[in-house]
Design a protein around this ligand. Structure first.
Ligand code: DGT
Ligand code: CA
Ligand code: CA
Ligand code: ZN
Length: 563
């Protein structure tokens, strides 16, 4: 394992929080918080320190030093695991409700049995909170408002969280007998709740779900909803013979379903989640084993889930003009990864091995440039040295490493490295990491300047959004897309589930203008190379074909394109 200081600090903070929720020793809580700060302030990588050096740091005592070492070695800690086993997972959500700190969360849990935001809301509505010592009606109303805002409001999962939950759910569902539907299947950037279709008999699955769930919201023969780690999971039951209509319905989107239903009604057909009724010669409800046969009965070709948003896909299907969407087999490599040379966890060797394992033809090594100090950015000399190391590895690696850089695009539109350094690299990604608050005109001119720089091949995460955490910068995407089209610069679909930037609609606008899109995982750790799939889903939602995507080019043509 190789952890960044920030990752280690985050785990230490989590341990502190859980101790506090548990009502643990305040000194222990403070020790972990101080340790987190010490690690974050450290000018060197905490990974490189021995136990003696760790102990010598201000803010890190004997016990903490061994915890830090354990985190560096394994990426986790036994103490954390023990706390997580004891404290219900929903309490971490509770901590995100306005007005709830670890002390409050701990008391709500111990004194009222509250383990989730839903339970907080219920307890407040029933007037149970005001009876706690030191709380009162005013505090109760405040907590109720916080819970309502959290539950009803902007709370949506990233695809990373959704994936974690799905892998947890895989432990209770029978493989091959369920399908994930809803917005997750459509490849949406964020997911409100998870939707599953199961072909297992409810009398077999329901008891297992009951035992597995943090809370059962509703249980029945046709549908069951549970809460799991603070999130809602809706499950609908069907049989293999009737899977098609249920999957089609539960995949949505709602707008797509309504359009499909209205269109069928014009032909006298009634469509619902159980099948189609009213077809000529078939008086009874007709069922379908899969979506394709159901589409066929409606006189349509198969419409991929990512397109089902009522954005013109039904018309395109009718006219036979659906795009031939780019697929995972078309992607030959990953166009944005970091190594240990800046803030990544994988050495160049490990990257090459990882790329080979994934069957990639190439990987663009795109470490940060020196202006990004927090990320250990590279100088021109570092990059020359790195390029040499890359060439050595390429002699024997089936997956070719491409020498690149993610250079900072500075406030005035210049790059964080001089042109002669950029000229020596095979690929240059330019990204905004600072002065994020510029107005639309400045920001747009800054990004256009990057497009116009002959050395810049790709604009990285063009809007800088962090899903649920940071709004996009004020860039005029229409102008940026024009400039990218005119200068032959690719725009990135950054595939990190925390970014997905460009998003689906912008990617579609870019491809409509003939701009090439570059899918990059922005991986800093080995598992994050797997994020490429989220970028692919976004590209598909953006109606992209293989021709629209840079990653589909074979190595020689890719190198030609960027040269
Ligand atoms: P989400 O959960 O907000 O990310 O988005 P979805 O699309 O997963 O929506 P969700 O979970 O509320 O419902 C799952 C699917 O069920 C939805 O995509 C289409 C279908 N559905 C839900 N409500 C309706 C409705 O009122 N009419 C129709 N025709 N379909 C619906
Ligand atoms: Ca959903
Ligand atoms: Ca749902
Ligand atoms: Zn970046």
């Amino acid at each position: 394992m190789d952890c960044t200081n920030r990752q280690v600090a985050e785990i230490l903070r989590l341990i502190a929080q859980l101790h506090e929720v548990r009502g643990g020793n305040p000194f222990r809580v403070r020790a972990f918080l101080a340790g987190a700060e010490a690690v974050e302030r450290l000018p060197r990588r905490v990974n490189d320190l021995g136990i003696e050096e760790l102990r010598a740091l201000a803010g890190i005592g004997e016990r903490l030093a061994s915890v830090v070492q354990e985190i560096c070695r394994t990426g986790s800690s036994g103490e954390l695991a023990a706390l997580q086993a004891e404290v219900p997972a929903g309490l971490l959500d509770l901590l995100r409700v306005e007005g709830v700190g670890p002390k409050t969360a701990g008391r709500l849990w111990r004194e009222l049995g509250v383990t989730s935001v839903a339970e907080l809301k219920e307890a407040a509505e029933r007037g149970r909170i005001r009876r706690l010592k030191g709380f009162g009606p005013k505090r109760e109303a405040e907590l109720l408002r916080g819970a309502e805002r959290f539950a009803g409001g902007e709370h949506r999962m990233t695809r990373a969280v959704a994936e974690q939950l799905l892998s947890g759910l895989a432990g209770v569902l029978s493989p091959g007998r369920y399908v994930v539907a809803g917005s997750y299947r459509r490849g949406s950037a964020t997911v409100g709740d998870l939707d599953l279709v199961s072909c297992e008999p409810p009398e077999e699955l329901n008891p297992r779900l009951r035992a597995f769930a943090d809370e059962v919201i509703e249980e029945g023969e046709r549908r069951t909803s549970i809460r799991y780690r603070g999130e809602r999971v809706d499950l609908r039951y069907t049989t293999p013979e009737a899977l098609g209509p249920m999957l089609l319905y539960l995949t949505g989107s709602k707008a797509f379903n309504i359009r499909l239903r209205d269109r069928a009604l014009l032909e006298g057909l009634r469509v619902n989640e159980y099948g189609i009724a009213g077809r000529q010669g078939k008086t009874r409800l007709e069922t379908f084993p899969d979506e394709a046969s159901m589409f066929a009965a409606l006189g349509l070709p198969f419409i991929p889930p990512e397109l089902r948003e009522d954005r013109g896909e039904i018309e395109a299907a009718e006219h036979g003009t659906l795009p031939d969407l780019v697929g995972s087999a078309d992607l030959r490599g990953d166009l944005h990864v970091h190594s240990t040379w800046s803030d990544g966890a994988l050495s160049l060797d490990e990257l090459a091995a990882e790329g080979t394992r994934r069957g990639y033809e190439y990987l663009i090594v795109s470490d940060h440039s020196e202006t990004l100090r927090v990320a250990g950015g590279l100088s021109g000399r570092d990059l020359a040295e790195q390029r040499h190391a890359i060439e050595m590895i390429n002699r024997s690696s089936p997956c070719r490493l491409i020498a690149g850089v993610e250079v900072d695009l500075l406030a005035d539109g210049s790059t964080g490295l001089p042109n002669r350094v950029l000229a020596d690299l095979e690929v240059v990604i330019a990204s905004v990491h600072s002065s994020l608050r510029q107005d639309a005109d400045q920001m747009t001119r800054r990004l256009i300047a990057a497009c116009e720089n002959e050395h810049v091949d790709i604009i990285g995460h063009p809007t800088g959004r962090l899903i649920g955490r940071r709004e996009p910068v004020a860039v005029d995407l229409v102008r940026l897309i024009e400039s990218a089209a005119g200068t032959g610069t690719a725009l990135e679909i950054n595939a990190s589930p925390f970014r997905l930037d460009l998003d689906d609609l912008s990617a579609r606008a870019a491809r409509d203008r003939g701009v090439r899109l570059s899918i990059g995982s922005d991986a800093h750790r080995p598992d994050e190379l797997g994020h490429l799939g989220h970028g692919l889903a976004t590209a598909r939602r953006g109606w992209c074909t293989a021709e629209d995507i840079l990653n589909t080019l074979p190595l020689d043509r890719l190198l030609e394109w960027v040269s």
